[in-house]
Design a protein around this ligand. Sequence first.
Ligand SMILES: C[S@@+](CC[C@H](N)C(=O)[O-])C[C@H]1O[C@@H](n2cnc3c(N)ncnc32)[C@H](O)[C@@H]1O
Length: 223
Amino acid sequence: MIESKEWNWNMVRGESERIWLEPSIVSYYLIDRWKKQEKENFLDLGCGLGRHTIQFAKEGFNTRAFDLSKEAIERTKKYATQENVNIQCDTGDMLNLPYSDSSIDCILCMNVISHTDTEGMRKIVKELKRVLVNGGECYLTLGSKETWGFKQEDWPLVDKNTRIRMEEGPEKGIPHFYADYDLILELFADFKIEKIFHLQDYYNKGDKTYSSYHYHMLIRKEE
Ligand SMILES: C[S@@+](CC[C@H](N)C(=O)[O-])C[C@H]1O[C@@H](n2cnc3c(N)ncnc32)[C@H](O)[C@@H]1O
């Protein structure tokens, strides 16, 4: 299994920091859904700068923030202090989550679990199943094989689904796992897949427009 590598959040300041502090659109839906389901224990897995950690804590969830990057956790703690919310922060590797079996009701894992190889992905899926309560849900995103990154033949291939990202920036040197629909069905066979989308999003860098494809999934643990 490839060694895990955190994002270099020191490179994310100014305008790009502002982008990473704005909650994703789907988080509002999840708050509504999980409140209706009376879920309490929430995990922001790979929290980054804590945009969802703070949002969920403010909505009354018992919130844990987890990331491999000490810088990310320090900045999330600082943000929580500024916003006057109580959260639990843990640094570690998603391949071995420091939470007991059946202890988490809901997990948001936004642009995180693709940062490994195929073997790592199988391990993470097992970890999600282990820490979720029965009936617990996880919303996650996965890089798609349709996206430009997977087609970069000069980026090292780790296994048939994984490349090392070589573009300058906070993700340089980090493994990226890319999925397709059949692989997703195989990986998540032990979960009930509630929703699955294949989304193309567009973003601007300088005067250029880029787009990327991700799978978005809502999965549920059912024994
Ligand atoms: C693209 S950022 C997303 C941050 C956050 N989920 C958000 O949406 O704002 C990916 C995050 O995953 C973290 N990460 C990467 N590999 C990890 C691992 N093996 N265990 C825990 N966190 C990891 C990175 O350090 C980074 O903070």
